[in-house]
Design a protein around this ligand. Structure first.
Ligand code: NDP
Length: 285
């Protein structure tokens, strides 16, 4: 069989770290002769037409990012219960005769990134696609979940759909999860745009920021100073990617290799490459 193609579809997609991460994982597991992962720019109105073409062009699966996650779910013939409940898919797998299966690995990826102890309560900021995945994931563990959003109506809708509570302002919890895009472009905006002071961060044992940027985010910088356990957006990216890798290849993902590839591409160009011959085995193996 020829090389099977994998990729990430989005708009824009040129800054995605997924190709570096997945191709590093394919190389270290010896699957680079079977699969190759690439960027596929798909304009907002072109998803339906493109998905049919991808299946016939030799794609085995794709990750889906902004702005296609909701439509990707709608276009798939089959979907996991989690993707359906969340209302969005970030992983598509192409079967025989163009059949498309939709999964959402953002949700279990968040739980993988959080690890132990599993939080008993969570405060989510935001009510977009990633907040829906986070709410579904945390709710599935039995945690009490509260959601705040700048536009309260959207938080209320999320709360009804996913069986969590919408709140007017953040409440204390085991974990705070930022699922807004605040902090992405201007760190100085973080504590102006979010309904939190830096001192409020002391109410959370753990702080997760889905946003990632070179140099880190202001939210995590402040959380770290207050002694919170911190999980950054790159770890979230790695964990959802690891789940997608396993769906497509049937192999456990080499987490350390994926982490290194995701972190090294832009953020630390001064770091030397790992020594040749040093290879991480698959996680858990
Ligand atoms: P959406 O566009 O679906 O949602 C954006 C959210 O951000 C909404 O809740 C929106 O509120 C809120 N928001 C935007 N600007 C402001 C502001 N100035 N003040 C307060 N709230 C604001 O995006 P996603 O849920 O898909 O993604 C959110 C962010 O998470 C992305 O920007 C990305 O940085 C990050 N992300 C990271 C991933 C990773 O792997 N690390 C994966 C997915 C996302 P409102 O409803 O009021 O507009």
């Amino acid at each position: 069989m020829g090389l099977r193609r994998l990729g990430v579809i989005g708009w824009p997609v040129e800054h995605s770290r997924s190709p570096a991460m997945h191709n590093a994982a394919l190389a270290v597991t010896g699957l680079d002769g079977e699969f190759a992962y690439e960027r596929v720019a798909v304009a907002p109105d072109a998803l339906a037409a493109t998905l049919g073409e991808l299946a016939t062009a030799g794609f085995a699966g794709v990750n889906v990012t902004i702005p296609h996650k909701e439509e990707a779910l709608a276009l798939a013939g089959d979907a996991s219960p989690a993707a359906r409940a969340i209302g969005a898919a970030n992983t598509l797998t192409f079967g025989v005769e163009g059949a498309i299966r939709a999964d959402n690995t953002d949700a279990p990826g968040l739980l993988d990134a959080l690890g132990e102890p599993v939080p008993r309560s969570a405060m989510i900021l935001g009510a977009g696609g990633s907040a829906r995945a986070a709410a579904h994931a945390l709710r599935s563990t039995g945690a009490a979940v509260a959601v705040w959003n700048r536009s309260p109506e959207r938080a209320r809708r999320l709360a009804v759909d996913l069986g969590v509570a919408a709140v007017d302002g953040p409440v204390g919890a085991d974990v705070l999860v930022n699922c807004t895009s605040v902090g992405l472009h201007d760190p100085a905006e973080t504590f102006k745009s979010l309904p939190l002071t830096t001192d409020d961060l002391g109410r959370y044992a753990c702080v997760v920021d889905l946003v990632y940027r070179d140099g880190g985010t202001e939210l995590l910088r402040q959380a770290e100073q207050r002694g919170c356990r911190c999980v950054d957006g790159l770890e979230i990216l790695v964990r959802q990617g690891a789940r997608s890798f396993q769906i497509w290849t049937g192999r456990p993902a080499p987490l350390d290799v994926m982490r290194r590839a995701a972190r090294s591409e832009h953020s630390h160009p001064q770091l030397p490459e790992s020594p040749p011959g040093r290879r991480d085995g698959p996680a858990g193996a």
